[in-house]
Design a protein around this ligand. Sequence first.
Ligand SMILES: Nc1ncnc2c1ncn2[C@@H]1O[C@H](COP(=O)(O)OP(=O)(O)OP(=O)(O)O)[C@@H](O)[C@H]1O
Length: 251
Amino acid sequence: MVENNQDNMIQFVDVEKYYGHFHALKNINLTIKRGETVVLIGPSGSGKSTLIRAINGLEPIQEGHLIVNGYDLHDPKTDINKIRKRVGMVFQHFNLYNNKSVIENVMLAPRIVSHIPEEENEKYALELLDRVGLKDKAGSMPSMLSGGQKQRVAIARSLAMKPSALLFDEPTSALDPEMIGDVLRIIQNIAKDSDMTSLIVTHEMNFAQNVANRVIFMADGEVLEDSKTSDFFKKPKSVRAQQFVDQVQNN
Ligand SMILES: Nc1ncnc2c1ncn2[C@@H]1O[C@H](COP(=O)(O)OP(=O)(O)OP(=O)(O)O)[C@@H](O)[C@H]1O
């Protein structure tokens, strides 16, 4: 039995994850406290997406405990929807409903999951679209938007459920370079909110340095480093992490 500490938003205890025989997450132990902004970095294939997707149950784990907002995901009695209500996710490829307008995308989950009255739902959706600079696109279809705009809608949509935590899985990797700055600025603003817990997979090292209070470095399915951001960028402890940072920064 793992102690349930209310200060912890996300806790991995001895977590193991396999895809068939492939060991994708190896003995993961880490805790993310409420309000923290944590950046997860590492080479391609190191398990970053698997780890972040495990947190809202998109990837089942096979061993250990994964406790999110007080619920143990590995307990069959846990209702995953209770976790997803409080933990939003922003994907690399936006995952918008292309047959629904921008505002409908933002209003859908609060309407279906939380039964928010229509007028209140619409008012809040417009506030969120304003926050991401897209109020004037409320009636547009996603196909009429740029990649950066689509991602800003996806962020507004993830905020619509008033989550306690947001997971970002490479939110700028599919964007043209000129769109990345706007999206990162919005994420930075969200992360500054001390009530919000953010976990961000990214290759944007300047962003990581400016925004995160902690950096987690993964390689080959393991967490090799979990350090304060300033300590990590001053001198990573492992050779693997140093090589990775040098390579990303020289690109
Ligand atoms: N559904 C799956 N079935 C089998 N293997 C998978 C599956 N998803 C991921 N993997 C493997 O698990 C490992 C970790 O993948 P993951 O996508 O978590 O890495 P990542 O660090 O996010 O990589 P990237 O930066 O390229 O997105 C990789 O070797 C990948 O091939």
